[in-house]
Design a protein around this ligand. Structure first.
Ligand code: ZN
Length: 432
């Protein structure tokens, strides 16, 4: 599937890789590994709704990680999927009387334009579920063959042959255990499973939390040739698992997504991969917090979505939106407010003023300080504070005049060093 286009930032002087990230699976802050290269998989959208600030927060978070690694001189392979066939998309298409393919295409296009506006670097592979059904079929067939997947008999309302993943068989055959990736308690898993697409009451399942791998064709639903599985369509978790195994090393460096993906999505994507080849899916599982509005989680059902596209059409500069997102630590849950946005607009204006009045500036020190801040679990608020500090000093120096009274000499500018604007854009994606 076509990706979007965000210009790659200018090459920056290579920074040391001292990255420590909070890994949900090990519940520790640690270096995610893979010193020679980095690989990243971030779960993409189900394109039935426009990009809201919760999505934007997730993709900007992992864009920061991508930029951090690039600043360390590491080659990065970044994969993102689009779940362009799934129940919520089909339900929305039916409810609004549009073809599901048209709805998916239209919403994916809007997402791309939001990502470009927010200066999020495009993934190397942007792949739709509908483009990778063959990969999923191969993965599910392998799980059936090794006994970690099974067919469920039909009922009065459901046809024969849906394929489910066996939690029990996988726990017996591998090091994976239920809850070891998403780290939710047994009670939490039982509560959220049905809220996030699970079907605990489906008759014939071995374990109520066993997730769907392959849904055989129903009248009126899109379906594909599933070879030995019969015609049907993929479950959600196996989609990411199959794509990651096809395009990234096993294990790859970081699996990313919003914290609502900890369970069941990342738990089972990881379990499916491990059931197939015995290896962990990723070296670290990293989760961005939820963005709320007025004390409630932003969601379509509550009708309180703040859309990136709507803010843009109201004339809000994308760099101010990005600054607001980066003003909050990625792991925190926080509320979007107009006050935060206004503060960010003022902040961007102060930075621009400093760039206008500064003496010819060497961005090496700002780059190093902001990069150091990001090394501590992507502490973007601390990195922005470094830009504030630089801006304050640049303005103060300019106000003292060219001869200055402080006795300090303007530093010699190395022609090979980045200017501040390039450093801030390259590392933090803030195009000032
Ligand atoms: Zn995923």
């Amino acid at each position: 599937m076509e990706s979007w286009y965000t210009p790659l930032p200018a090459r920056l002087p290579v920074q040391p890789d001292r990255l420590k990230l909070y890994d949900t699976a090990s519940q520790s802050v640690r270096h995610p590994g893979n010193l020679a290269e980095a690989s990243l998989y971030v779960c993409g959208i189900t394109p039935y709704d426009a990009t809201h600030l919760g999505h934007a927060n997730t993709y900007v978070t992992f864009d920061l990680l991508n930029r951090y690694w690039r600043a360390c001189g590491l080659p990065v392979t970044y994969v993102q999927n689009v779940t362009d066939v799934d129940d919520p998309l089909l339900e929305r298409a039916t409810a609004t009387g549009v073809d599901w393919r048209d709805l998916a295409a239209e919403q994916t296009e809007l997402f791309r334009s939001d990502m470009e506006a927010l200066n999020v670097l495009a993934p190397d592979h942007y792949v739709g579920a509908t483009e990778t059904v063959d990969w999923v079929v191969g993965s599910v067939e392998a799980l059936v063959a090794n006994g970690t997947a099974y067919a469920v008999p039909g009922t009065d309302t459901e046809p024969d042959g849906d394929i489910y993943f066996s939690i029990g068989a996988t726990e017996a055959a591998t090091h994976w255990t239920l809850g070891s990736v998403g780290r939710l308690s047994a009670e939490e898993m039982v509560t959220v499973f049905p809220e996030r697409g699970g079907d605990p009451d489906r008759p014939g399942k071995r374990h109520p939390l066993d997730p769907l791998l392959w849904r055989v064709a129903r009248p009126g639903e899109p379906s594909w040739d599933g070879r030995s599985l019969g015609t049907g369509r993929p479950g959600w978790h196996i989609e990411c698992s199959a794509i990651a195994r096809r395009l990234l090393p096993a294990p790859f460096t970081v699996q990313g997504g919003g914290s609502d993906l900890r369970f069941p999505h990342h738990e089972f994507s990881a379990a499916h991969a491990t059931a197939g080849d015995g290896l962990p899916l990723a070296q670290a599982f990293v989760h961005a917090g939820m963005v709320g509005l007025d004390g409630e989680k932003m969601s379509k059902s509550l009708g309180n979505l703040v859309l990136v596209s709507r803010l843009r059409s109201q004339g809000v500069e994308p760099v101010a939106i990005r600054t607001t997102l980066l003003s909050n630590h990625y792991r925190d849950d926080w509320d979007w407010t107009q006050e935060q946005l206004t503060r960010s607009m003022d902040r961007v204006a102060r930075w621009r003023h400093a760039l206008d009045v500064q003496e010819p500036g060497d961005g090496t020190a700002v780059l190093a300080a902001a990069h150091r801040a990001l090394s501590h679990d992507l502490d973007a608020p601390a990195a922005l504070a470094e830009i504030d500090r630089w801006a304050e000093q640049a303005v103060a120096r300019a106000e003292r005049g060219p001869d200055g009274t402080s006795g300090t000499q303007p530093a010699d500018v190395d022609p090979a060093s980045p200017d501040v604007r390039a450093a801030v854009n390259g590392l933090l994606g803030l195009a000032l």
